[in-house]
Design a protein around this ligand. Sequence first.
Ligand SMILES: [Zn+2]
Ligand SMILES: [Zn+2]
Length: 583
Amino acid sequence: MTVPTLPGLEPVPTPAAPPRPGSRAARMALPRSVDVLKEIAAEYGVCVRPLAMRRTDLNTGLTEVIDLPCGATREDKCGPCAKKNRRLRQAQIREGWHRDDEPLPPPEPATEEQKALILLRGHLEFSRDEASRASQWDQVEDLDDAIREVEEAITAEGLRGRVAPPHTTGDDGQGDEDNGRRRKRSTRRRQDAPDLPRRKVERRTVGKTYTAPDGTTYRPSMWLTLTLDSYGPVRPDGTPLNPDRYDYRRAAWDAVHFPRLLDRFWQNLRRCEGWNVQYAGCVEPQRRLAPHAHFAIRGTIPRDVLRTVAAATYHQVWWPAMDVQRYTLDRLPVWDEQASAWVDPDTHAPLTTWTEALDAIDADPDAEPVHVVRFGAQVDARGVMPGTEDAERTIRYVTKYITKHTGDVHKATTDRQRRHLDRLWQELQITPCTDRCANWLLYGIQPKRAHAKLKPGRCKGKVHQRDTLGIGGRRILISRDWSGKTLSDHKHDVRAWVRALLGVSVGLEGVDDQGATVEPVRYAWELARPDDPDIGPMAHRLLRAIGERARWRSELLAAKDRAAQLPDPASTTGTDGTTGEKL
Ligand SMILES: [Zn+2]
Ligand SMILES: [Zn+2]
């Protein structure tokens, strides 16, 4: 097309000429079919990393391989599954938020058999205590076996939860562990009660109804954001104005203990308000990389009450003092096999044990908590009316980032942001995550249940990882009596809704439907290995799933059209309604 010229002799001509057909450039411009396949799979909500399960029909012996969705909750693992999970979370929030009845009726009374079993368990506990006082260890062992059996029977009788925590047998975690002796928490290390009015908490979880003069009733709900304190002024990009004066240490500790602070907030709020306030929300990083939390609250609470409770709420960390870092990563304490303790590398003197350190706090009348977490002054709260676009928008907002890793919510794109993240991470690496964290060794203290394998600075605790920003726990926080349903209950609801619409009597599982005519089919499931001969290549499996989904989607649309022409049977059963796809 153009005559070749020596480079640099002429200005580059014709910038936008299409590549020569058949050239490498032209080939590279064509979309890759594999990518398109993945794209379409995502569009149709088909899992891109399905798990192959081999299902054997126990009546006929026929075997079939079925792809189950991987169920990932993060987009970087599987977009379609993460989106599906987000939709379920949205349904869960929507369903609990404005409800006007109690989601969970009180449990049924216990049967005589159940009571008898608990009584028996009580007798065994008494005998075990006697035997252990008399140091009759073989009897204790027998009684432990009996206790285990009774507890199994208790579960089998249909009682929920454990009667009592298991007995710890003295041999694990020897050394500084409180051998059998329950450590009594001294009054000094107890959490002080906040300065708030206290009422008895009613069982009620539903908010107040307001009646307008014209008789219409309103049951508004709330939306609340809680943030942490300031660690120093920041720029709009989240980085500190003065990195040297930004309090990274407090930022790290606050992030690690934020979940406990939130727990205490709800506890205080319930006591102050006198009813069992319910919430659903999430913990997300702010641009400055400190966590904050958004909550949907059922019912209304005066804004100044929320502010007062937030201001009065704190969480004290009663851990050993650690003002001085006595060891560094290149000069660490060493494990002394004989003493079975961590010792100073030079003097070989054993480090303070966890128990000794706590005893020292108890004995010191002037001891103070090593850290206190509080909320920042910024508490945003507003009312939300059920069924409004505002309510929907808020639900989308709460769930906006739940498919992302904490570290991916605000990606560092400038050097300044990367430096900020690094400084915070450096601090998180040496912050103790729990009382058993290896980092305690840096401060000359053997953590609880110390053992030879501890590696300071390399603790596996989630909060030390760079992309958690110290937010190590659950990020979705939903109180127990929110919708009265678990996520899989909600999943089941969605399926039941689609099935009702399609008029399918036996679902994919072929188990739980009441299609009385069909013989109940019993299946055995096993995980198939990717290299098993009956597992096709991934591309084939994806294509098949997409084909199935496309057909199924058009059937669903047709069924919806038919349903729309009928005189509205139960239009409220819907979930997210709009498109019933992507189950
Ligand atoms: Zn998936
Ligand atoms: Zn740790």
